[in-house]
Ligand binder design. Structure first.
Ligand code: FAD
Length: 491
């Protein structure tokens, strides 16, 4: 429920909440309030009644009980990269984890608080990690909490699994304000069920995570071979047709992600629409170059090879896929092995060479490897069979509100044309206009997720527009109803 009282009553409630906290309550007039409402997707501009900068697990439990007592909506914000802005809300309370970023190395595991971002971990491990790496994000400022709860693809996932496959324990505050430690080894069946649901069920659904215990990995070699190659749009059928078959022959140690977007033509200096690959080899440089030679032979107009640690590489490229305060609409799809067919590539070419905004790009994860060795129902993550996970990022300038419909409809139509090729979609690229979203995100795991949700949160404390128990379904008819993009709760 949104707060409907006046300023004086809100100030009284803020003061009451503040008295029991070690962190800070920020009402709208506080000088720190505005910065905390800015998230990666600048299209999302929501104003909560109160933002609470929590400083301890006790702060989280107290804030949750306070929100329940006074009927406030409640959402949690970690890195603030939710594509739809579901970390924020309008008129409710946001639990903001910016102050909770402690990191501790314990042997080959890492304990982190819920506000930690991947860049914090990369910096920490570069100084203290003795070559250990996390199964973490390719984008440095993304929050660990949201990332892990949805699954978590890393450049090292084909070698070591998803982030959730490297999650040892989660500490959460549940819907009643109790602090619970979840793991697969728990003796309490309800904790085991919640742990299952939190591994792929997506952020904001089952409790508020306050800390995560992560398994780290020792890569095969201290540094990895990383290569970036770019090709002209005219080469798409040839190069992507080859790539579609070639990736099936690769060892798990090699991941070749795809990208399509605007690049400077080295000849004319003009911006052209081009595609390419970002490849990371978990092994020695010579072996990596050998494996990648078929891509180099296909005439890229740009190529670059580096030998560096994965955290160094992620820090180097980790801002390139940010929306960074511009406006964006983001969609995703799950593509099975050999799914980048000629028809698929024709659609990519048609839409990417006619994107209405020059800021727009798409990327795709190269999945498989040991990710696919885990059973589909072992965790809530339902996309173990995916080979590629494309994501389109329609991005346009922050001040160009008038361009919203053109860009959203372009991206919508693009992925609707690809829909027959998709077997699902990734909840970490959550899309308020995704029709049939429960099946797309959760496949056959949805019914089990819903039953755990009813058991763990019968009063719907953790609820939002696309929360597990929500009845919301967008209307896919044209012209599209864009209002779901601008709200986080369904009335
Ligand atoms: C530039 C960019 C690059 C990305 N790269 C990758 C990638 O390489 N691999 C990949 O798998 N994904 C990637 N993603 C997707 C990313 O994993 C999701 O956007 C993720 O949800 C972001 O988490 P966050 O904590 O930053 O965001 P938030 O917006 O803070 O949170 C996301 C969701 O989780 C909820 N949540 C946040 N904190 C908590 C908590 N403590 N307890 C419970 N719920 C919580 C929020 O309410 C919200 O619903 C990328 C996204 C972006 C924008």
């Amino acid at each position: 429920m949104a707060f409907t009282g006046n300023d004086a009553s809100l100030a009284r409630l803020a003061a009451e909440l503040q008295r029991g906290l070690s962190g800070y309550v920020l009402p709208p007039g506080d000088p720190r309030y505005s910065a905390q409402t800015q998230i990666d997707n600048g299209r999302v501009q929501l104003l909560p009644a109160l933002i609470v900068l929590v400083d301890s697990v006790a702060d989280v439990a107290r804030t949750l009980k306070f929100a329940r007592q006074h009927g406030f909506r409640l959402t949690a914000k970690a890195g603030g990269h939710s594509a739809a802005g579901y970390c924020l809300n309008s008129g409710g309370i946001v639990i903001d984890f910016s102050l909770m970023k402690a990191i501790r190395l314990e042997g080959d595991t890492l304990r982190v608080q819920a506000g930690t971002r991947w860049i914090d971990i990369y910096d920490y491990l570069s100084a203290n990690g003795d070559g250990l790496i996390p199964v973490g994000g390719g984008c440095a400022p993304v929050g660990v909490s949201g990332f892990v709860l949805g699954g978590g693809y890393s450049f090292a996932s084909r070698s070591y699994g998803l982030s959730i496959d490297n999650l040892i324990t989660l500490t959460i505050v549940d819907a009643d304000g109790n602090i619970r430690k979840l793991s697969a080894d728990s003796t309490n069946p309800e904790d085991i069920a919640l742990f299952w649901a939190c591994r792929g069920g997506g952020g904001g659904n089952f409790g508020i995570v306050t800390a995560l215990h992560l398994q780290l990995r020792k890569p095969h070699t201290p540094t990895m071979l990383v290569a970036q190659l770019r090709y002209r749009a005219e080469q798409a059928q040839d190069v992507l047709g080859f790539y579609n078959e070639w990736v099936e022959t690769l060892p798990n140690e090699l991941a070749c992600y795809g990208i399509w977007g605007p690049y400077a033509d080295p000849g004319s200096g003009k911006t052209i629409s081009a595609f390419g690959f970002t490849c990371v080899y978990n092994g020695d440089a010579a072996g990596g170059i050998d494996l990648l030679s078929p891509l180099f032979k296909r005439d890229p107009f740009f190529s670059q090879i580096n030998n560096m640690t994965l955290p160094q590489f992620e820090t180097m490229v980790g801002r390139s896929t940010l929306v960074d305060g511009r406006r964006a609409y983001i969609r995703s799809g799950e593509v099975p092995p050999k799914g980048l067919t000629s028809g698929f590539v024709t659609t990519l070419d048609k839409f990417m060479t006619s994107a209405p905004s020059q800021d727009t790009f798409m990327v795709w994860t190269h999945a498989g490897g040991v990710i696919s060795d885990v059973a589909m129902d072992a965790t809530a993550f339902a996309h173990r069979g995916a080979r590629f996970m494309p994501e389109i990022k329609a991005v346009w300038p922050r001040d160009d509100i008038a361009a919203t419909r053109t860009n959203v409809e372009w991206a919508y139509n693009f992925f609707e044309e690809l829909r027959p090729h998709f077997s699902g979609a990734y909840v970490n690229y959550i899309d308020p206009l995704q029709t049939d979203w429960k099946r797309m995100y959760y496949g056959d795991n949805f019914e089990r997720l819903l039953s755990i949700k009813h058991q763990a949160d019968p009063d719907g404390v953790f609820n939002f527009q696309q929360g597990i128990a929500s009845a919301f379904e967008p209307d896919g008819r044209q012209p599209l109803d864009l209002s779901p993009l601008n709200r986080t709760f369904v009335e």
